[in-house]
Design a protein around this ligand. Structure first.
Ligand code: NAD
Length: 489
């Protein structure tokens, strides 16, 4: 059984931690690799290497730095199938979903290739006679990303390409549940011939994260994961004087107005709720039916959800893979039961699903709960599985109020044919990513991945101009050049 290695200072090295965690294929329940639990020494080694490499790297012109990114895009694109297969094996999502993740990762590399323009800044000539003032953006030094299990390929790319394009060196810490995908990506990165120490990868869990939060050589940290850990990372990192952006959990509502185009809406909501087995931070997990739409709409959702085939993600006819761990499956099933005990109607039950040939896998089929109370745990908790709750509202204002009371604010969507309803919704809904007749409001790489309330801690988000601002610090220069000084020549 392979124990994965860290990539530090241009070399594959064993972790200094002696303990390991099993990496499990969630479709089979079998261990497919071992990953080190990680320790402070591993982070120290990576931070020292990255710090050492930082001076030469920031002095490499941006036009040269992005040449590595052009090549990075090419090598990843050429190996998409191989990377996607590893992703499906360790994460469970379908092969198609893994490939789609790669597309979103590549988009971020493409945007970061525009750094020579994106890093440009302001210049004011003649703020006084012979005096000019301007601002320049400079890298911070060493950055680090800490990512969750659900997008093993994409999420580090919301940050890393921008950070290194801006002249920082970097440490990637993948989720210990899905460390093989990024290990493969780093193997491919070897052919980039980046200067040693510019890109490093350290495996591990809590101890590794805490070491990143404490290390004096790492001034900027990007985190994505659950809200509880996002808060811990944001608070501890800030207390230690670091710049932190921490994206947290979600409970996204989709509002269905009576005038919504029924077929399109049903199809899109089912894809949003059950794609990636509901383990997407932008998944629709609550449908709010407004007025008349409460009557026929739930039965249409059930019909469409029943057609989703759950099974091993590498099979071509499968729509939905397993959830990530045995513990996740148990937790999701107990939240379904809790919802029923708290008065919800079980409209579709995905528990006790048998997938022939994969009896030990962590499968749950699409599950729909109707008449869910807004005080019940099924409504208030992030279930992070293939469970859709339906609640009713009398008016659009009531629906918006429900969304605004939610402690999370990752995304909110509306389905309607009315421009006025759509406008009111986008103006008033308290969420960072808004969808109008869209089920997964995932921003393209040239927009920031927003997120409000307890779905985000920090100021600047991942992707696009926000990532550039996050990974640079501004320096303002005021210069005087007296005309008389030149007359001597
Ligand atoms: P998680 O919080 O358990 O783990 C995320 C990372 O934090 C991992 O790298 C893990 O090693 C580390 N970690 C876990 N516990 C820790 C602790 N106690 N101290 C320090 N570090 C710790 O999240 P997960 O289960 O891997 O991912 C699912 C969560 O991520 C969901 O809540 C989902 O909504 C969220 N998510 C959010 C976004 C977003 O953009 N807002 C995107 C994807 C996923």
């Amino acid at each position: 059984m392979t124990t994965l290695k860290n990539y530090i200072n241009g070399k594959w090295v064993e972790s200094k931690s002696l303990s390991t965690t099993d990496v499990i294929n969630p479709a089979t329940g079998l261990t497919i690799a071992k990953v080190p639990e990680g320790c402070r020494e591993d982070i120290s080694d990576a931070a020292e290497a990255a710090n050492e490499a930082a001076i030469q790297w920031r002095n490499t012109p941006a036009t040269q730095r992005i040449q590595y990114l052009f090549k990075m895009k090419q090598i990843l694109e050429a190996s998409t199938d191989q990377i996607a297969e590893i992703c499906t094996r360790e994460c469970g999502k379908t092969y198609g979903e893994s490939k789609a993740e790669m597309v979103r990762a590549l988009e971020n590399i493409e945007v970061a290739c525009g750094i020579p323009t994106l890093m440009q800044s302001a210049f004011s000539e003649d703020i006084a006679t012979g005096v000019d003032e301007f601002m320049i953006r400079q890298p911070l030094g060493v950055g680090a990303s800490i990512s969750p299990f659900n997008f093993p390929i994409m999420i580090p790319f919301w940050f890393m390409p921008y950070a290194i394009a801006c002249g920082n060196t970097y440490i990637v810490k993948p989720s210990e549940k899905v460390p093989m995908t990024m290990t493969k990506i780093f193997e491919l990165f070897e052919s980039l011939n980046l200067p040693k120490g510019v890109l490093n990868m350290v495996h591990g869990g809590r101890e590794t994260v805490d070491a990143i939060l404490a290390h004096p050589f790492i001034p900027a940290i990007s985190f994505v994961g659950s809200t509880a850990v996002a808060k811990h990372v944001y608070q501890t990192g800030s207390v230690n004087g670091k710049r932190v952006q921490a994206q947290g959990g979600a409970k996204n509502a989709v509002v269905v107005m009576p005038d919504a185009d029924e077929d399109t809406t049903v199809r899109i909501i089912i894809d949003s709720a059950f794609g990636c087995a509901g383990q997407r931070c932008l998944a629709a997990s609550v449908v709010i039916t407004v007025g008349e739409s409460s009557k026929a709409f739930p039965s249409k959702l059930i019909e469409m959800a029943k057609n989703k085939k759950t099974g091993y993600g590498m099979a071509s006819d499968v729509d939905m893979g397993p959830v990530i761990t045995k513990e996740s499956k148990e937790r999701i099933e107990s939240l379904i039961q809790k919802g029923i005990d708290e008065g919800a109607d079980l409209l579709l039950d995905g528990r006790d699903l048998a997938v022939p040939g994969f009896e030990e896998g962590y499968f749950i089929g699409p599950t729909i709960l109707g008449n869910v109370s807004t005080t019940s745990q099924a409504y208030t908790t992030e279930i992070f599985g293939p469970v859709l709750c339906i609640v009713q509202a009398e008016t659009l204002d009531d629906a918006i109020e429900m969304i605004n009371k939610n402690r999370y604010g990752n995304s909110a969507c509306i389905f309607t044919r009315s421009g006025a309803a759509a406008r009111k919704f986008r103006h008033n809904a308290l969420a960072g990513n808004i969808g109008i007749n869209i089920g997964v409001a995932a921003p393209m790489a040239f927009f920031p991945f927003s997120g409000w309330k307890e779905s985000f801690f920090g100021d600047l988000h991942g992707q696009s101009s926000h990532a550039v601002e996050f990974y640079t610090q501004t320096k303002v220069v005021i210069e005087r050049w007296n005309d008389e000084w030149t007359r001597k020549f």
